[in-house]
Write a protein that binds this ligand. Structure first.
Ligand code: UN1
Length: 503
């Protein structure tokens, strides 16, 4: 079995703690052995990042971008090979594996090309002789903790802009996808980036917690579960000068109004609920459908959900691969039971696939198909509020105007992504303005955001934006800089600059 290392201070470092294995969720086969990061290893990585910061921040943006451009080209040249690794390690079907790598190089492209764009703002002053600017400074060592569902794209969401802005990085990839982490670290090593600027420590939550705890870390970027993200935000919030930007999933919904084009509605709902086997933080687990179109929508959605292809994720004809691991399957089944207990009427239950639906040689995979139910809206139902992260979908019928749909839509603690399907521009704009989400879509699935948009949520879905364009706010400090071009000191706001003495 292949054995891999951490990457610390420009070197491959074997672990002195336990090792763990990564498994292909479609087959159960082992993909390699990885060191489980210890306190000492995390400490070395943080020390290296701290030491490298001064040298790295002194480089121009354009010089820093050169390292990222190398990665950009490598990601492009090796897209198919990396897509296969993504698919083997996290189970998403191959076209999605490819899109994960494409999204990664889009992010790197955005960050590196930002090097040649203006940074900061020129701001007017009340005093004509004053020049005022907003300038940005790096915050130092940034700790990045990333999830398994986008094992290449999300690390670059965190790290590309962070490094461009002159920060150094200690990164812990998800323990489910350490092989993807290994490949990314190899890419950084190939660029010859100065030692200590980029460090990767493999491991579990204890290694992540150690990064979060450390006083050398200026910013923590976290994408993952709400439970972990909120505890990070709480802890970091109590430490002066430290920042956390976290993104933590959703209980996303699509509103389908009485004026919806049902072709668009069914297409958008199927993609939002079942792509990535429901394991996007933007996946939709609720479909809020107007009573006038409910029966027709239900029939058509149920028909596709019953037939959608689940299978070998390396096969281009597959729509849904397996769930990522056994704990995801357990959670899926637990919430399917909860939906039944809370009064759900089950319309499709493919939670246990037939033997002939499981591809040959893949009996060890974490296979499930769609679970679809209808349920009367009740603000007390937990199945309509808690994220499952699986192909578990509720149909909720509503009567009345679009405000009623938006009320149901907003009735979850989360607020990441949402969509409306309607041909009525007034309904669409109402949803745009009132849906409590960070990412809103009209006549589209609620998945598939591009990197040049801010990606993040409201309410329980997150604080700050650990991703895409907006990560810049979390990894830089703003300096409001004012320069006087006159010999006299003049103050704004009518403040007197006279010095009065006793004489
Ligand atoms: C996630 O949902 O975990 O918007 C990330 C999308 C992708 C990123 C999803 N660009 O669907």
């Amino acid at each position: 079995m292949a054995e891999y290392d951490h990457y610390i201070n420009g070197e491959w470092v074997s672990g002195d703690g336990d090792a763990f294995e990564s498994y292909n969720p479609a087959t159960g086969e082992s993909l390699g052995s990885f060191p489980r990061g210890t306190d000492g290893e995390v400490d070395r990585a943080l020390a290296a990042a701290d030491d490298a910061f001064e040298e790295w921040r002194e480089l121009s943006y354009i010089d820093r971008a050169e390292y990222l451009w190398e990665i950009y080209h490598e990601l492009r040249e090796r897209t198919d090979e990396l897509a296969e690794i993504v698919t083997k390690e996290c189970g998403k079907e191959i076209a999605e594996g490819r899109a994960d790598v494409v999204e990664a190089y889009h992010m790197v492209e955005w960050a590196a090309s930002d090097a040649r764009r203006p940074h900061g703002d020129v701001v007017p002053s009340e005093i004509p002789a004053k020049d005022a600017y907003m300038r940005r400074k790096p915050r130092g060592v940034v700790g990045c903790i990333t999830p398994w569902n986008f094992p290449v794209a999300i690390p670059f969401w965190h790290m590309a802009v962070t490094l461009m802005e002159g920060n150094t990085v200690v990164w812990k990839p998800a323990e489910q996808t350490p092989w993807c982490g290994q490949i990314i670290a190899e890419m950084f090593a190939d660029t010859g980036i100065p030692s200590g600027v980029f460090n990767m420590v493999q491991g579990y939550g204890d290694a992540g917690a150690r990064i979060v705890d450390d006083e050398r870390v200026g910013t923590v970027l976290f994408t993952g579960s709400a439970e972990v993200g909120h505890s990070i935000a709480d802890q970091v919030g109590g430490e002066p000068g430290k920042l956390a930007a976290c993104e933590m999933g959703g209980k996303n919904a699509i509103v389908i109004t009485e004026s919806a084009d049902l072709d668009i509605a069914v297409h958008s709902a199927v993609m939002s609920s079942f792509k990535t086997t429901g394991q996007r933080c933007v996946s939709s687990e609720r479909l809020v459908v107007h009573t006038d179109v409910y029966e027709e929508f239900k029939e058509r959605f149920v028909d596709v959900a019953s037939r959608i292809s689940v299978g070998d994720p390396l096969d281009e004809d597959t729509f849904m691969g397996p769930l990522a691991d056994a704990s995801q399957v357990e959670k899926f089944n637990r919430y399917n039971d909860l939906a039944r207990q809370e009064g759900g009427n089950v319309l499709v239950d493919r939670s246990e696939l037939d033997d002939d639906e499981i591809p040959e040689g893949h009996e060890g995979g974490h296979w499930v198909g769609p679970f679809v139910y209808e349920i009367e809206y009740d603000p007390g139902h937990r199945c309509l509020k808690e994220e499952v992260f699986a192909p578990h979908v509720a149909l909720v019928e509503y009567e009345g105007d679009v405000d009623r749909a938006i009320e149901i839509h907003n009735d979850t603690p989360y607020g990441l992504a949402g969509a409306i399907v309607s041909e009525d521009y007034r309904q669409i704009n109402r949803f745009r303005d009132r849906a409590e989400v960070g990412l809103a879509y009209g006549n589209l699935p609620c998945i598939g955001a591009e990197v040049q948009l801010p990606f993040g949520g409201v309410k329980k879905s997150g604080n700050g934006y650990p991703s895409a364009r907006e990560v810049i706010e979390a990894v830089t400090e703003r300096t409001a800089w004012t320069l006087n071009n006159d010999k006299d000191i003049q103050m704004a706001q009518g403040l007197s600059a006279d010095i009065k003495t006793d004489e």
